[in-house]
Write a protein that binds this ligand. Structure first.
Ligand code: SF4
Length: 213
């Protein structure tokens, strides 16, 4: 398959971009990229070229003309966390006066805004709060499920589940079973920033290991 760059003054065409065009052609044809191809695309291809290649790949894998999405709002139920990830500007340690746990009123307002704008799902996540019991999460899920029966509750993350498993002395499947029974629909894949344990221990010293994730 021949790859034709888009006609834009910002696109990568011409003799100076022969390596980009060659790599783009291979990608468009579904061929395996060598390191130099990947670097040419990563460092020098325009956003238009990358978008066109991504679109072509999507159509190759999923030729049916269907695209799906959800209207979703991220809501943080608490910023209190004992993990201390070095890249995180969101969390506050338990003793911080800036720490919060969301109120039912605050949560209701955010969910109401989401639904009024056509949203169908919330993504609910927080820090690793050291004091909230498992029942607090179950009550929260039950209240959301009862109040908005059709809302999809996409909540928590593998590190939160692992933290609760250790903290409450319950196996991971039991934690998941209880949360599902309370209304959890699905679990986001959060907390996978780095899955190489040596680096993960340095940047997220108290988060579950890559293997546990
Ligand atoms: S676990 Fe999450 S909230 Fe806590 S410090 Fe790490 S990234 Fe921030």
């Amino acid at each position: 398959m021949e790859f034709a760059p888009a006609h834009s003054p910002f696109d990568d065409c011409g003799p100076d971009f022969a390596d980009v065009a060659a790599a783009a052609g291979k990608a468009a044809a579904g061929e395996r990229l060598e390191r130099r191809d990947a670097e040419a695309l990563y460092f020098r291809a325009s956003l238009h070229t990358l978008a066109r290649l991504a679109h072509a790949m999507r159509l190759r894998l999923h030729p049916e003309p269907v695209v799906t999405y959800v209207g979703d709002r991220n809501i943080n139920y608490s910023n209190v966390c004992v993990c201390g990830c070095r890249f995180c500007a969101f969390f506050r340690p338990p003793e911080s006066p800036e720490g919060y746990v969301i109120s039912r009123e605050g949560l209701a307002q955010k969910i109401g805004e989401t639904l009024r704008l056509g949203g169908t799902q919330i993504l609910l996540q927080g820090g690793h709060h050291p004091d909230l019991p498992l029942e607090w999460y179950e009550d929260l899920l039950r209240w959301i499920r009862t109040t908005w029966p059709k809302l999809h509750i996409h909540a928590f993350s593998p590190p939160e589940i692992w933290y609760w498993s250790e903290k409450f002395g319950l196996p991971v499947p039991e934690i998941l079973r209880r949360l599902r029974a309370a209304g959890l629909d699905s679990l986001p894949g959060g907390g996978a920033e780095v899955l190489q344990n040596d680096v993960r221990r340095q940047v997220s010293p108290n988060k579950c290991s890559a293997d546990a994730w």
